[in-house]
Design a protein around this ligand. Structure first.
Ligand code: PBG
Length: 428
């Protein structure tokens, strides 16, 4: 069971080997007992646990080859044990008795191998979804407010960008179209034109890269002359059920073109069940729904609206998107989306809303997505360009933290750049 040997070093008793390994394989009740026994024993006042093994780590290797080491060992020349010295501390360091700590969490952080072994969260290219802006033109047009992002020509730039993303392991994309003003209308009918920009782009991509996973955005804003996600009544109200009717047609049109996951980002009530029923009625049982479950009325969407020229013509989106002050309300949306048949629940934005990501993670068994939105992306880019932060490190940390909060997948404009870093390539 618990083996504890103590040796005496000067006037300090040191607990040497607490055999935690021996708990493995014990019955849970026995293990619990042993742990509590261990705790009781460990808190006895006289016992002091040695701080760390810095001394051992700074021991130099003899520099022998494997063969030389083996030969030396066969000849009976074993290396000496690490010397009991401690590296010297700078002048002025106070000389103190070691603190009588039971827990020293730093022990588990003392070398890169241990740190890697105990890393709780990981990021891989398979967790990333790359949002792409497309337009009817031939050129790729840089988006001023989003350095490194372009409105891609759907025939050329789009295919090339997807090729580069796949090259670093990103095989999931989400499409956002910039629609010419002439095709926008109050009811947003262009959203379900089977030969519209998005269905055409999906067909082209699926033909070129059949194994790619294409997510689509389901909302009227790129197609609405009012710049809202739904149909606007004369008194300014965004009409719910009438909008849902349009969204169903939009989702079916995208599914028909070959979309894998349709993603309602509009925040109308009841749209998930209506879209599910519409897809099923057309035979698209296998098409998934990623619902923007907790989408907040956020100022972090600013650069995106510039990219698509989709700013609301009047007012804001506060009657359908959630109030940034609200947390519990995300549960109301979660319950509705689960009951209505969503396959994936999304939180948006991501970094300022990590508590909401965790809330959904803890309250649903469904996969959770988080959208690191345009404003989050541009702030990191700007901070990097101004040399205020290390862009690459902050990018990777932000994504890891979103994973830690509980997101399975992350929609991020950094997808390709981050995946390059993960492959050990230069990020830009
Ligand atoms: C709208 C939509 C928005 C984004 C994705 N879909 C903007 C909005 O709600 O106004 C924002 C994404 C981003 O900022 O990166 N359907």
């Amino acid at each position: 069971m618990v083996t504890m040997t103590s040796v005496t070093l000067g006037d300090v008793r040191v607990v040497r080997s607490v055999d935690v390994q021996s708990y493995v394989g014990l019955k849970p009740s026995t293990a619990r007992k042993s742990v509590s026994l261990l705790r009781r024993t460990e808190t006895r006042p006289l016992m002091v646990v040695r701080a760390s093994k810095e001394g051992d780590i700074s021991v130099k290797s003899s520099g022998l080859s494997i063969e030389e080491s083996e030969a030396a060992a066969v000849a009976g020349n074993f290396p000496d044990p690490p010397p009991p010295w401690r590296p010297s501390a700078p002048k002025g360091t106070p000389n103190v008795k070691p603190l009588p700590l039971t827990r020293r969490p730093r022990r588990n952080r003392k070398s890169p191998t241990l740190r890697d072994a105990f890393q709780e969260t990981n990021l891989s290219a398979s967790n990333l979804v790359l949002p792409l802006f497309i337009h009817e033109g031939e050129e790729d047009v840089p988006i001023g407010a989003m350095p490194g992002c372009y409105r891609l020509g759907w025939r050329h730039g789009l295919l090339e960008e997807v090729y580069k993303a796949r090259d670093v392991g990103v095989n999931s994309i989400v499409l956002f179209p910039k629609i010419p003003d002439a095709l926008k209308s109050q009811a947003g009918d262009e959203a379900f034109n089977d030969n519209g920009l998005v269905p055409r782009a999906i067909r082209l991509l699926k033909d070129k890269y059949p194994d790619i996973v294409i997510y689509t955005d389901v909302a009227l804003d790129p197609y609405s002359s009012d710049g809202h996600d739904g149909i606007v009544r004369e008194d300014g109200v965004i009409m719910n059920d009438e909008t849902v009717h349009q969204l169903c047609k939009q989702a079916v049109s995208q599914a028909r073109a070959g979309a894998d996951v349709v993603s309602p980002s509009d925040m109308m009530d009841g749209r998930v069940s209506a879209i599910r029923a519409a897809l099923d009625a057309e035979g698209f049982q296998e098409v998934s729904i990623m619902s923007y479950t907790a989408k907040y009325a956020s100022s972090f969407y600013g650069p995106f609206r510039e990219a698509l020229d989709s700013n609301p013509r009047f007012g804001d989106k506060k009657t359908y998107q959630m109030n940034p002050a609200n947390y519990r309300e995300a549960l109301v949306e979660t319950e509705a989306d689960e009951v209505e048949g969503a396959d994936i629940l999304l939180v948006k934005p991501a970094m300022p809303y990590l508590d909401v990501v965790r809330l959904l993670r803890d309250n649903s068994a469904l996969p959770i997505a988080a959208y690191q939105v345009s404003g989050e992306y541009s702030m990191i880019k700007a901070g990097g360009a101004l040399k205020m932060v290390d862009e690459e490190k902050v990018m990777m940390e932000s994504l890891l933290c979103i994973r830690r909060a509980g997101a399975d997948i992350i929609l991020t404009y950094f997808a390709r750049q981050a995946a390059s870093v993960l492959c050990g390539m230069k990020s830009k």
